[in-house]
Design a protein around this ligand. Structure first.
Ligand code: PLP
Length: 454
């Protein structure tokens, strides 16, 4: 485990924070130090049963360690434990939330908006679709590669849901979307900018053109990909154009706890029209919600929320502002370059079949094993390589995708059969520097499974 800088940072700062309340008469919580230590030793023992998410050799699922400044700020806030449901519960942390969310909105080019943090991307999407459902009847439409919770959320809200097929890059198919729109009854289209499986970017400009023709509410789920709006120069043209149009959406969701270096418990929802605030509170005049003094509990589906999450986000964005040429953007670019480098290596290696339609759009790489006679073989081999990598401390992920998307032997464009593929989310800045070592371990682990003569 890397040397952890957080404990040393925290000691003197905790004391400093205590001095802010020194005028109060002393009080203390009873604690049996020995018993607490004993419990915590068991906690440490239990925590050892984890994949090493913090390490660059963990290159599997979407897991990125929070920045030390976020962890330290979160821990400091925990000595107060504010609740951002209202200013009464978290005076400083509500203000910090408002400032941090304004910076996220500015990243998407929105000086005016209504928005706040949520406990997750799922809750943020629930809120966006709840608002959408109140503003217009009609089905929710999203790509079949959209996050699985959209269908579930639609069920919770008792709104119809229609999945739209994805193309061989994992992007929403525009002909299929238009067919859905012609059928009528569509209330909201969910565009995913950065799908969870592939990091695919739905063609937002074309969806906007369809909005002109058919009229619907447009929600952008950028829980994973939102921050890539900061690095258009390293994206390919289609993704760049989609991110350039993101401000045209009616609502946007982004997860600071995915790419934003935050501990879990930090999603964010933004609405372009501040007047949607009226939907949260029936007896509030419209003007209340356009004032600068947001009352976060009055514009949130959730009641209690961790003020500490807002403090951590504020501190992180203070240190690493959300600007195009800043250090935060540089970190995103490093992961992006690592993904492209891994994709190139896979394309040069006949043992593997990366996505036939082209290179990754963000920093997620998926590939099939091209050995073996059919999809069942390829799936089994992918699983074996996954396990063989894990035995070498390299942690990848698995994903089920249509066989036709890969130039695997015997596959045809009409092949809808799914097979198990390997997947790597290269979202840590360190992944760029570690890529050669990752590749060596992966290549050796694959040779163990496939034979080394290839
Ligand atoms: C992760 C993710 C979600 C769900 O967010 P949680 O924070 O895990 O609840 C929704 N949409 C997309 C595109 C995601 O990647």
């Amino acid at each position: 485990m890397p040397q952890d800088p957080v404990p040393a940072l925290l000691g003197p700062l905790t004391e400093l924070l205590e001095t802010r309340f020194r005028d109060l008469p002393p009080s203390s919580q009873e604690m049996d130090r020995a018993a607490v230590t004993q419990v915590l030793e068991t906690v440490v023992e239990r925590l050892g049963d984890n994949y090493p998410y913090f390490h660059p050799l963990y290159a599997g699922q979407m897991l990125k360690p929070p920045h030390p400044v976020a962890r330290a700020a979160y821990a400091l806030a925990m000595t107060i434990n504010p609740n951002n449901h209202a200013r009464d519960g978290g005076r400083a942390s509500s203000q910090m939330e408002i400032e941090a969310v304004a910076q996220i909105a500015a990243m998407f080019g929105w000086p005016e908006y209504l928005g706040h943090l949520t406990s997750s991307g799922t809750i943020a999407n629930l809120e966006a679709l709840w608002v959408a459902g109140q503003l217009g009847a009609g089905r929710i439409v999203a790509s079949e590669q959209a996050h699985y919770t959209h269908q579930r959320i639609s069920g919770v809200l008792k709104l119809g849901f229609s999945p739209v097929p994805a193309d061989s890059r994992g992007r929403m198919d525009m002909d299929a979307l238009e067919a859905e729109l012609r059928r009528g009854g569509v209330g909201t289209v969910v565009a995913t900018l950065g799908t969870t499986a592939l990091g695919a970017v739905d063609p937002l400009e074309e969806i906007l053109a369809l909005r002109e023709r058919y009229g619907f509410r447009l929600h952008v789920d950028a829980a994973y990909g939102g921050y890539f709006v900061l690095i258009p120069d390293v994206l390919d043209e289609p993704a760049r154009r989609a991110f350039a149009a993101i401000g045209e959406a009616d609502s946007i969701v982004v997860d600071p706890h995915k790419h934003g270096l935050q501990p879990y418990g930090c999603g964010c929802v933004l609405f372009r029209d501040p007047a949607v605030g009226r939907l949260y509170k029936h007896d509030s005049p419209y003007t209340y919600f356009t004032s600068k003094e947001l009352h976060l509990g009055e514009i949130s589906l959730e009641c209690s929320r961790a003020g500490a999450a807002a403090v951590a986000l504020w501190a992180t964005q203070k240190l690493l502002p959300l600007v195009r040429e800043g250090e935060f953007a540089r970190g995103l670019k490093q992961g992006r370059r690592a993904a492209l480098a891994l994709d190139r290596k896979l394309r040069e290696d006949s043992r593997f079949a990366p996505l036939a339609a082209g290179a990754p759009e963000l920093d997620i790489v998926v590939w099939a094993v091209s050995h073996g006679a059919g999809p069942r073989d390829a799936s089994q081999l992918a699983q074996k390589i996954f396990a063989s990598c894990a035995a070498r401390d390299l942690h990848l992920a698995l994903v089920q995708l249509p066989r036709a998307w890969f130039a695997a032997p015997g596959s045809s464009p009409a092949d809808e059969e799914r097979m198990t593929c390997l997947r790597s989310v290269l979202m840590k800045p360190e992944h760029e520097e570690w890529l050669e070592r990752i590749w060596q371990r992966f290549s050796a682990a694959s040779a163990d499974v496939l034979g080394s003569e290839q």
